[in-house]
Design a binder for this molecule. Structure first.
Ligand code: APR
Ligand code: PHB
Length: 390
């Protein structure tokens, strides 16, 4: 097989890249290790920045998002018995975010790829990049036990944190920056009415809590938990009790509870791999970086990588100018680090750290108090939350 761009990974990064390239007349093949049911069964975050929303619309995958997604023009921060609103729209000159689950984004992307005849090979085993530092790279893989080879001009490794792309870069060119946080998030999805029309991020002495949603009838809640927490010890009742303890009184009083339809624990990590390219292979999304979920930046950062990479590939195919491709890593990393900084600072501000002590807790309270009373500080928060420009 031959194509122009060989894409490893059929998550949101790989699918969006192949869709954008297709609309510009550039061929690609997506190789995905898992089955489609598996990919569409993963529950991930659900807040899209305005730039991501616009990219999805431009890629002709925005219709259902525009019908079913919830536009949010603010969110709440609860701490020390108070609850304060961050007016995203007012503070950013009219920008908002869209609450629409990543699982739905992925489903819409698969539908769009199918509709216009995009090639996505599911259950591709042992995908391996070769000759990435030559002019004719290729990918090998197994499909139903048969060995296959995909020749291409460029490889996009959109294969997530555990992918093969980053791991095939020479060890001496790759530098890893990483921080693992000493807690996790216990998340519950339930068919209940969200406790509020907007998201609530809560800093509490028992630990962080977050009230989010997927629709007016589907809630997504999280509580900070220990890293070695045993999921079996968390009955639904225990989860609801713990969540109520961490929320402002009136929110706790109106919280609608019900059976969970999904419950899981996720670790929190900050991770960046530099550079994001080697020869003719380019990393995008979780393959190159991970953010803790506190700022809801994971998918949005994947989208901005895809924006830079697609623009660079389009320019190379249309004009032969490779300068944007050469600069891709530098361009993408400059935005990646800013989103890493924001996600890290939100994480540090909102969670209870094992070693923070009374002084650390006071510092968080003072920062939250400042953040929610200074228009300069609130503007900086809002500007980052709706997403920095790309
Ligand atoms: N071969 C083929 N496919 C692979 C391989 C491999 N060796 N390794 C991983 N994959 C696939 C995974 O099965 C997955 O479907 O690559 C895909 C990567 O998708 P994601 O992990 O969703 O990463 P990405 O598309 O970059 O999306 C970033 O996902 O994790 C969230 O918070 C993150 O929202 C962000 C988004
Ligand atoms: C979610 O809805 O899953 C969600 C929302 C906001 C975050 C993280 C996760 O910051």
């Amino acid at each position: 097989m031959k194509t122009q761009v060989g894409i490893i990974g059929g998550g949101p990064s790989g699918l969006l890249l192949s869709q954008i390239l297709h609309l510009q007349g550039i061929e690609s093949v997506v190789l995905e290790r898992q089955s489609r049911d598996y990919v569409l069964g993963r529950i991930r975050a659900g807040v899209l920045e305005q730039g991501t929303v616009e990219m999805l619309r431009d890629a002709h995958v925005g219709d259902r998002m525009d019908r079913e997604g919830l536009v949010h023009d603010g969110f709440h921060m609860a701490f020390g018995g108070q609850i304060k609103r961050i007016d995203l729209e007012g503070l950013t000159g009219g920008k908002t975010v869209m609450v629409y689950g990543q699982t739905e984004v992925t489903r819409d992307l698969y539908d769009a790829r199918d509709q216009i005849g995009g090639v996505v090979i599911d259950e591709a085993d042992d995908v391996t990049p070769h000759d990435i530092d030559t002019d004719s790279p290729y990918l090998t893989f197994h499909r139903e036990g048969n060995a296959e080879r995909l020749g291409c001009d460029f490889i996009a490794a959109c294969d997530g944190f555990h992918g093969v792309g980053r791991q095939s870069m020479p060890k001496d060119v790759l530098k890893i920056y990483e921080r693992v946080y000493p807690f996790g998030w216990l998340g519950v999805l339930s068919e209940t009415r969200p406790v509020d029309e907007e998201l609530i991020y809560a800093n509490h002495e028992r630990g962080f809590a977050l009230c989010s949603m997927r629709s007016p009838k589907l809630s997504r809640y999280y509580v900070q938990c220990a890293l070695d927490e045993d999921l079996n010890e968390w009955s639904d009742d225990r989860f609801w009790e713990e969540l109520k303890l961490r929320l402002p009184e009136d929110a706790a009083a109106r919280l609608e509870t019900g059976p969970s339809i999904e419950k899981s624990i996720a670790p929190l990590r900050s991770f960046v791999a530099e550079p994001m390219s080697h020869g003719r292979m380019f990393l995008a999304g979780d393959a190159a970086h991970i953010v803790p979920p506190t700022g809801a930046k994971g998918l949005n950062l994947a989208a901005s990588d895809v924006y830079y990479l697609s623009r660079a590939l389009i320019e190379q195919y249309k004009t032969g100018d490779e300068s944007r491709l050469r600069d891709y890593s530098k361009t993408a990393l400059s935005r990646v680090w800013k989103a890493e900084r924001f996600s890290w600072s939100m994480t540090m501000l909102m969670h209870k750290f094992p070693d923070q002590g009374e002084f650390g807790a006071k510092m968080q309270q003072a920062e939250l108090d400042y953040l929610t009373s200074s228009s300069a500080a609130m503007t900086a928060m809002a500007e980052n939350y709706v997403g920095l420009p790309f």
